[in-house]
Ligand binder design. Structure first.
Ligand code: PLP
Length: 389
């Protein structure tokens, strides 16, 4: 018998994550024999470094599969602290680092810590769609701020000042961002931190794409302008460990204990084999491999940028990080939802409509992930050009 009682209204209000829904449809088409090019999902195509995989296998062989402390293995927190010292020139004590189930787990903990019912969070439109869901899951209110090409699709101090409401408690930014791949400069970050301090609010900075950066702005953490930021990061993107489900939060002084209390209750601890695997992620040979991969992504970005106009699309702001193009459709291409559906059905190219990332102008934009080998991207561009005509 099917359950008769309806599920919660809150859960019913959550729409599908379109990129994941498109991935499911595209994968089904591939199973049915179609030749599909996946440019919809936000996942690096490089295999996880051998040393990381071997360390994971070794941990499982050695039976390192019980719970860890809720904030993770001390040895891994020490390595992350060392990473901040070496790469960012920042002193972040291990006690402030809390390992989580990906940036998703980190965002859930931070939102749970900072949100009372009715509290507002400023988010960019366009922006990463799940942020809004975390906020709503904890009875907060997502307060979208339209950001456009003039601000490189990022917050400015004036946007934040104007958008801040009496019930606003937090500013959530992402640099580089998804879906646009654009970064905040140090000076804008500083201005944002100042506005948030004046408003007596919380600053939360999602830095999951740091390390995958192609412009002059590299590794600029909110922690370099304020010690009071909550910083979210992950092994998913730069380290390429999406499916291992491991990330972290850097907590401001005094916030670590309440975050750990939440983590103990909500997740107990992040995956322990993944934590042992990640201990190898900071080996010099792995970091060298990751930097080479970053150079390859930069070349792919350039390939896409120099050929995208042939497809009829236009990229209003050159992305300087992540692995996405946020591209604009000409009016006569129809809506983004329709364009993406037809492109997948007719040409087998899966991309994500702008409607996944916000409301403003969303039917005029699509997100293309270029985390695919060059030959695949060339094929995709060819198919998109053919589709235009
Ligand atoms: C901006 C941003 N934040 C957070 C996440 C969640 O990442 P994960 O939970 O895999 O670390 C993603 C995933 O695409 C993202 O793009």
């Amino acid at each position: 018998m099917m359950i008769q009682r309806p599920f919660s209204k809150r859960s019913q209000a959550i729409p599908a994550f379109k990129a994941m829904a498109i991935l499911a449809k595209a994968s089904q088409m591939a199973l049915n024999g179609r030749d599909i090019i996946h440019l919809e999902v936000g996942q690096p195509d490089f295999p996880v470094a051998q040393a990381i995989r071997m360390a994971g296998i070794e941990a499982i062989r050695a039976g390192q599969t019980g719970y860890s402390d809720a904030n993770g293995l001390p040895a891994l927190r020490a390595q992350i602290s060392e990473h901040y010292r070496r790469v960012y020139g920042l002193e972040i004590e291990e006690r402030r680092i809390i390992l989580t189930a990906g940036a998703s787990g980190a965002l859930a903990l931070v939102v749970a810590l900072l949100t009372d019912p009715g509290d507002g969070w400023l988010l960019t439109d366009p922006g990463y769609p799940s942020n809004r869901r975390f906020i709503e899951a904890f009875s907060g209110i997502a307060q979208s701020c339209v950001v456009g090409p003039e601000d490189r699709f990022q917050f400015s101090a004036s946007t934040v000042s104007e958008a801040w409401q009496p019930n606003t408690v937090s500013l959530l930014l992402a640099s580089p961002g998804n879906p646009t791949g654009t970064s905040l400069s140090r000076s804008v970050l500083k201005d944002l931190a100042k506005v948030v301090e004046e408003k007596n609010g919380f600053l939360v900075s999602d830095e999951i794409y740091q390390g995958l950066e192609y412009g002059p702005t590299k590794r600029v953490s909110a922690l370099s302008v304020t010690n009071d930021a909550f910083v979210v990061n992950s092994f998913s993107k730069y380290f390429g460990m999406t499916g291992w489900r491991l990330g972290w939060v850097v907590a401001p002084d005094g916030a670590e204990a309440p975050l750990i209390r939440l983590a103990q209750n909500l997740t107990i601890c992040p995956s322990v084999p993944a934590q042992y695997a990640a201990l190898s992620a900071f080996e010099p040979s792995v970091l060298a491999q990751l930097d080479t991969q970053c150079d390859i992504l930069a070349e792919r970005r350039d390939l896409m940028l120099s050929n995208i106009t042939e497809t009829g699309l236009q990229v209003p702001v050159v992305p300087d990080g992540a692995f996405y193009l946020y591209a604009k459709l000409p009016e006569h291409f129809g809506s983004a939802d329709d364009y993406c559906t037809r492109l997948l059905d007719q040409e087998g190219v899966a991309i994500t409509p702008g409607t996944d990332f916000g409301d403003h102008d969303a039917q005029r934009y699509v997100r293309i992930s270029y985390a695919q080998p060059r030959a695949v991207l060339e094929q995709a561009l060819e198919r998109m050009e053919r589709f235009k005509s």
